[in-house]
Ligand binder design. Structure first.
Ligand SMILES: Cc1cc2nc3c(=O)[nH]c(=O)nc-3n(C[C@H](O)[C@H](O)[C@H](O)COP(=O)(O)OP(=O)(O)OC[C@H]3O[C@@H](n4cnc5c(N)ncnc54)[C@H](O)[C@@H]3O)c2cc1C
Length: 288
């Protein structure tokens, strides 16, 4: 199919984009890399009067390092991260996630801000960055605000963005040297969206763990204190104590009624746990 007719505007700075979005209201749609919006326009699932193409705003491509955080401009592409053109928050943490998104052609254009704003529950940045406790910086008519992803992602394909607002940056905490990250997903074939995602940020030195189970048709289930999945404590032997029943119970409590579905999600989380413990090769990340 072809898209319904629309007009396109190309603001060159953040202030102009805010002004245009405010003026155009509901009839406008932001476009970044176009990798999700393009198909939606073609299928007429989106029929905006005006597309506000933000891809020419240089400020949205910049990256800054702050103590404890890396702040990625919303237009940083999956390929920028995959190729190491921007700093990572830990050794090969985001880089490895980026390399597993779709195909290279999609990664060349798809952006971190676009992926989070699209809020597909199966999307890699939605899950990996939620596991890492990231936040988004949002610009709008009332100025700038920062929202944790847990507050930003309000449902499947739904966010807390208000009228005239758009994501300008993504703040991701740097991992301490003692922390480890595991990320696994289950796809029928490489390049497809995941049916299940599991992630673990664990610090055996600090005795802390944060776990995520995603692609559950809703924002990801995050256990900010995941010690319950490891018999109540984290040490160097955490992977051996992974409690699949506790993980399944957390999913059931979150409303995942299908036992087979729960089993798949728990097993994918187990892979992330083993990866964080250095027992499972990241290269097999999407193997079924
Ligand atoms: C064949 C194919 C396979 C894919 N496989 C995967 C996969 O395995 N894993 C995965 O994670 N993703 C996958 N994707 C999606 C891809 O990662 C997209 O890049 C991403 O979802 C959207 O990013 P974008 O920059 O292209 O956003 P766009 O397509 O431009 O926009 C997407 C939505 O977000 C809004 N938006 C965009 N930027 C902003 C902003 N800064 N502020 C507010 N709203 C904004 C738009 O209005 C639109 O509603 C796949 C896409 C394709 C086409």
């Amino acid at each position: 199919m072809k898209p319904a007719p629309f007009r396109i505007v190309r603001p060159h700075d953040i202030a102009s984009a805010v002004a245009q979005l405010r003026q155009l209201g509901d009839g406008a749609k932001v476009m970044a890399g176009g990798q999700s919006l393009g198909p939606m326009l073609n299928l007429r699932l989106a029929t905006p009067d005006v597309v506000v193409d933000i891809s020419g705003i240089a400020a949205l491509k910049s990256v800054r390092e702050e103590p404890g955080h890396v702040v990625y401009g919303a237009l940083v592409t999956h390929a920028d991260v995959e190729d190491g053109r921007v700093p990572d928050v830990g050794e090969h943490v985001l880089r490895r996630v980026a390399a597993g998104i779709a195909y290279r052609a999609v990664r060349n254009r798809g952006t971190m801000g676009g992926s989070l704003s699209h809020a597909d529950p199966a999307a890699d940045w939605v899950n990996a960055l939620s596991a890492l406790d990231a936040a988004v910086e949002i610009e709008g008519p009332a100025g700038r605000r920062t929202l944790a992803l847990s507050a930003f992602l309000t449902g499947a394909l739904s966010t807390a963005l208000g009228e005239g607002e758009f994501v300008v940056a993504v703040r991701v905490p740097k991992l301490p040297a003692s922390a480890r990250f595991g990320y696994a997903k289950h796809c029928r074939k490489v390049g497809e969206f995941a049916h299940a995602v599991g992630a673990l940020v664990v610090d055996p030195t600090a005795g802390t763990a944060r776990a995520l189970m995603g692609a559950i048709d809703a924002p990801p289930l995050v256990l900010a204190d995941a010690r319950i999945l490891f018999g109540g404590a984290i040490d160097g032997d955490f992977a051996a104590r992974f409690d699949a029943e506790a993980a399944g119970a957390a999913l059931a409590a979150a409303g995942l009624a299908d036992a087979v579905d729960r089993h798949i999600h728990v097993e994918v989380l187990r892979r992330a746990v083993r990866q964080a413990a250095g027992l499972f090769s990241p290269e097999t990340r999407s193997a079924a």
